[in-house]
Design a protein around this ligand. Structure first.
Ligand code: AMP
Length: 398
């Protein structure tokens, strides 16, 4: 069975085609600048040369068509007929309170995703455009939606309610939803395997530290709290997002700087986080380099970032009344031994001791705490596309 996984952004489309017999990636790629001048497709078929095609893509339908053409091409293709695609799995960012699990896409599902668009105006509309493009081009192929939010629907009310008038929750569904759910779900299950204990017996804290970053408390396999909120802006400081701040800061800045709501939103989402504090970059590699070169603001941005991750971990250890393992994943978590070591320095009270030699790794599953640590620390590479493919297969098999 082959599953095509799609992740549609406003002007981009990432894809991977999996052969689920053995969970092998047959091809992956990226369409960029959809609807903008200079659009291009980069296609990486496994075992063949990379293929780049610069051709106008006016819409996501054009982009999906180009992906299908690339997958079927005589030279750099990996399948012979469209019938070899058994399902399409879509990453959908916001499932609101409608979806506690992934779902086969029906008209009702599309309607519910549309209803969630007001909660994720930047993300759900392009996700829907991708779904509609596939419906148009592959009407007979079943499609599945896998939500960033659904893993966190197990959070208790005390974790997801904001302390604002309850009517706002009733009327507008304003509450914490959380994101990166496919990643937290995947790495917590893989961490349990690496530790060698059933997931249902473990209290885990998963730290997805990439350009977007969030922490999740996973108690017996279920999300009981997470740092992102109604939107991905809450929680940790991130590449360009502010994360938590005093809500009063927002009207204060708007007044002082003469900003509109859109300007303020843009500043908090695009110009803040470690970029805003360091003034260097949103990329942790650049900031680590600048801090190494003596840039004090770069150092301040890193210290602030590490401190906040550590504080969330501490609060989730309290929420679960203990923690068996802390799991690091995503770009920074998987690749930066410095970040892992600096964050882990805060966990002495939890009995985490870093084995420096074991921590000297990148992108592989490793327990990097010493054998006598009472709480383990792990690196676990994430694989959100594989989760989407697995969920799609599981729903199809049903
Ligand atoms: P992601 O959003 O998961 O793709 O993560 C992207 C982030 O990971 C980038 O902003 C980088 O800052 C960070 N990253 C990737 N590789 C490294 C590395 N070797 N050292 C430090 N940071 C890294």
């Amino acid at each position: 069975m082959n599953i095509l996984v799609l992740n549609c952004g406003s002007s981009s489309l990432k894809y991977q085609l999996f052969n689920m017999n053995g969970e092998i990636v047959l091809a992956k790629g990226l369409c960029e600048r959809i609807g903008i001048d200079g659009s291009q497709l980069k296609h990486e078929p496994s075992g063949k040369d990379e293929f780049i095609c610069q051709k106008e893509m006016k819409s996501h339908t054009d982009a999906v068509q180009m992906v299908l053409d690339a997958l079927l091409d005589a030279n750099h293709g990996v399948i012979k007929s469209i019938d070899e695609i058994n399902a399409v799995g879509h990453r959908v960012v916001h499932g609101g309170e409608f979806f506690v699990d992934s779902a086969i896409i029906t008209d009702e599902v599309i309607k519910a995703v549309e209803e969630c668009s007001s909660l994720a105006p930047l993300h759900n509309p392009p996700n829907l455009i991708g779904i509609n493009a596939c419906k148009e081009l592959m009407p007979k192929v079943p499609q599945v939606a896998v939500f960033d939010t659904s893993f966190h629907q197990t959070m208790p009310e005390k974790a997801y309610l904001y302390a604002i008038p309850y009517e706002l929750y009733d009327k507008h569904k304003i509450r914490k939803y959380g994101f990166h759910g496919t990643s937290h779900r995947y790495v917590s299950a893989e961490a349990a395997k690496l530790i060698g204990k059933p997931l249902e017996s473990l209290k885990l804290i998963t730290c997805h530290l990439g350009n977007g970053a969030s922490v999740c408390a996973v108690d017996k396999g279920k999300s009981v709290d997470t740092s992102m909120g109604l939107t991905p802006l809450e929680g940790l400081a991130m590449g360009t997002r502010s994360g938590d701040l005093d809500p009063a800061v927002i009207p204060f800045i708007m007044e002082k700087e003469g900003l509109s709501i859109k300007d303020a939103e843009n500043m908090l989402n695009k110009k803040s986080g470690v970029l805003g504090v360091s003034g260097v970059s949103s990329d942790f590699r650049d900031i680590e380099q600048a801090a190494d070169d003596g840039n004090e603001r770069a150092n301040a941005a890193l210290e602030l970032f590490y401190y906040r991750v550590a504080k969330y971990v501490g609060s989730y250890a309290t929420a679960m009344n203990g923690v068996d393992a802390i799991v690091f994943t995503a770009g920074l978590g998987e690749n930066s031994k410095i970040a892992r070591a600096k964050i882990s320095e805060y966990f002495g009270y939890l009995g985490v001791k870093v084995d420096t030699a074991k921590n000297d790794c990148r992108g592989k599953a490793v327990i990097f705490s010493t054998d006598d640590s009472t709480t383990k620390a792990l690196v676990m590479p994430t694989n959100e596309e594989l989760v989407i493919a697995r969920d799609s297969k599981m729903l199809l098999d049903k």
